[in-house]
Design a protein around this ligand. Structure first.
Ligand code: G6P
Length: 579
């Protein structure tokens, strides 16, 4: 996915767009570009990150402009493929987030009609299509070009012949910010909250015309009204606030995120379909999948409701779900595989619920009901507070389904999360940063905690890390154990304790150093492992949270010790809008 931002008003556009693109870099950061309406279309675009090259774009003139930060799909991340793209006559410049699926056909036809292409992107066809239908009205040219496009797009288009921006949306997010004598357009609210809290989320098929004094939204050719929504994210939420990285700030925001998330749901607003489901299917990707797996374990053991979980990308390869509740978990609300899985569930008449962090995101238009977890903006690519907030919503759902057995536990959980933030992990970091490979093991709900711990470690430290159900390690991975492959074991005082301790002894016997997370005072465990990380004895749900937070911090401090680019790990983007 990519990030786009546009501004039209009375201020110089370039600094506002540069600022906005920096906030959207979590969506992709291999190249960037800006076009403004100065003397004609002025363009600055480069491979690399806007945050390292902001100065190069600040000289652009004009009070209207558009910008893009890219996560390459069609064509390498170089200067030519960076957006904005222009037409043959430099009459239009466009930025695009999404994929044009029929671009190869369109490109062939456009070349046959004499157009010259300068990039390998799918996006450039849009500039040439608009050029062909541009006879004096940019709005009408975009209205003619858009129906030809197949795929997903959020587009911003400018022309030196008009003051303003034309924005179009189909299956990619696009938010309009309404200022005083100025309008903003962006992939999400983060670049906008600094200037206004009044936003409009465009719908699929909408085309908006923005000029400094006027906003008109069309659906096809008809003008339509869309509701203005007040966004409660503050500008402080989008800043580092004295922390070295967004990731650390977001880890520290987790007590509040959990506290808010459990309040996102109560008996009043628990969607009808979730009140007594006979069975549940969960679909999600990445960290959200791990949150779903924890939910599956806890839901089955506390409520006895059978639950299955699938990677959203694999959901289509199984027989269609039959009359079960399908829960889609996606912090961004835009992950293509999760959206497709939910659409499939709907086409089989399954009731659907989405759990997301982003107001106005696409998933909320697909699912029958949406629960917003209210974690606030998460800028670091690695999911942390959105993950804990997902667990907040899911644990609250279990609480409500179980006749509110856990209300007290959940109400105090944020304090336990807060305490664990100060855990000393220096010895564990020292061991991990020298490792070539790290295994994480747990049982029951601590198995998905292990998966998530390993995912955090690999994505930000680049050390190979694998999560395993503790019982599975002996079926293959044992061959890899050595003094250079530490094993991190989550060993809690439940009915898996005995077998976990036995597994740890087997691991030790193969020469691998063991770092164990256990309950403070557990000298039996502390004596057999190399590094013991003590956690307070609390409720099982809370232990899932605290052990998880320790593993996030371990990954963070290890990545910092290795001097990694923690907030923007290589090759990744925060949510992936292609299947
Ligand atoms: C990407 C991100 C992960 C995230 C996953 C699913 O891979 O890097 O952090 O967990 O997408 O994203 P979603 O928005 O659906 O939760």
């Amino acid at each position: 996915m990519c990030g786009i931002v546009g501004y039209t008003g009375r201020k110089t556009a370039a600094p506002i767009i540069v600022n906005g693109l920096k906030k959207l870099e979590y969506r992709g950061y291999d190249s960037f570009g800006i076009a403004t309406l100065g003397s004609g279309i002025e363009v600055c675009k480069h491979a690399g990150r806007i945050s390292d090259n902001a100065r190069s774009a600040l000289h652009l003139n004009g009070t209207t402009g558009i910008g893009h930060t890219r996560w390459a799909t069609h064509g390498a991340p170089n200067d030519a493929n960076a957006h904005p793209h222009t037409d043959c006559k430099n009459r239009v410049a466009i930025v695009h987030n999404g994929i044009i699926e029929n671009y190869a056909d369109l490109k062939r036809q456009l070349i046959a009609r004499g157009h010259r292409f300068l990039s390998e992107t799918d996006t450039e066809v849009i500039a040439h299509l608009i050029e062909e239908s541009y006879t004096g009205s940019l709005l009408s040219a975009v209205q003619q070009a858009v129906p030809v496009l197949q795929g997903s797009f959020a587009l911003l288009v400018i022309s030196p012949e008009e003051q303003g921006i034309i924005a179009a949306r189909n299956a990619s997010p696009l938010v309009i910010g309404m200022g005083d004598g100025e309008y903003f357009a962006a992939s999400d609210m983060t670049p906008v909250v600094e200037y206004t809290e009044r936003t409009i989320f465009l719908e699929d098929g909408d085309i908006a015309s923005l000029s400094p004094d006027k906003l008109v939204i069309y659906h096809g050719k008809e003008p339509v009204n869309r509701p203005v929504e007040l966004v409660d994210w503050s500008v402080e939420d989008t800043k580092k606030g004295g922390f070295a990285h967004y990731m650390l700030k977001e880890i520290y925001e987790q007590p509040q995120a959990f506290y808010n998330a459990i309040r996102a749901l109560d008996t009043e607003n628990l969607p009808g379909c979730a009140q007594k489901p006979a069975s549940v299917a969960i679909v999600a990707c990445g960290s959200s999948y791990h949150a779903g797996l924890i939910f599956k374990y806890l839901l089955e053991e506390t409520c006895g409701i059978p639950a299955r979980i699938e990677f959203a990308s694999e959901f289509k390869y199984f027989p269609p779900p039959v009359s079960c509740l399908v829960v889609g978990i996606t912090q961004s609300g835009e992950t293509a595989d999760t959206l497709t899985a939910l659409k499939r569930a709907k086409s089989h008449n399954c009731p659907t619920i989405a759990i997301t962090n982003v107001l106005g995101s696409t998933v909320s238009r697909i699912a029958d009901s949406t629960i917003f977890m209210r974690a606030g903006p998460e800028i670091s690519v690695a999911a942390t507070k959105s993950f804990v907030a997902q667990l907040g919503v899911l644990m609250q759902m279990i609480n409500l389904l179980s006749g509110e057995q856990f209300t007290k536990v959940l109400a105090h959980a944020h304090r336990a999360i807060e305490e664990v933030l100060l855990q000393d992990l220096s010895c564990a970091v020292l061991t991990c940063k020298q490792a070539r490979s790290i295994f994480y093991v747990g049982r029951g709900p601590f198995y998905p905690v292990a998966l998530e711990g390993a995912l955090k470690m690999k994505e930000i430290s680049y050390i190979h890390a694998e999560g395993y159900a503790a019982g599975e390690l002996k079926h293959g991975p044992f061959a890899l154990l050595s003094s250079e492959t530490p094993v991190i074991a989550i060993c809690m005082p439940d009915d898996t304790y005995g077998v976990m301790v036995a597994n740890i002894k087997e691991i030790k016997a193969r020469g691998a150093p063991v770092i164990a997370l256990g309950i403070e005072g557990d000298s039996e465990l502390a004596d057999i492992v190399d590094i013991f990380i003590p956690l307070k004895r609390t409720h099982r749900f809370v232990q899932v949270l605290t052990s998880l937070v320790v593993l996030q911090l371990l990954a963070y401090y290890t990545a910092v010790a290795l001097d990694r680019d923690v907030d923007k790990p290589r090759n990744l983007a925060k949510s992936v809008t292609i299947e």
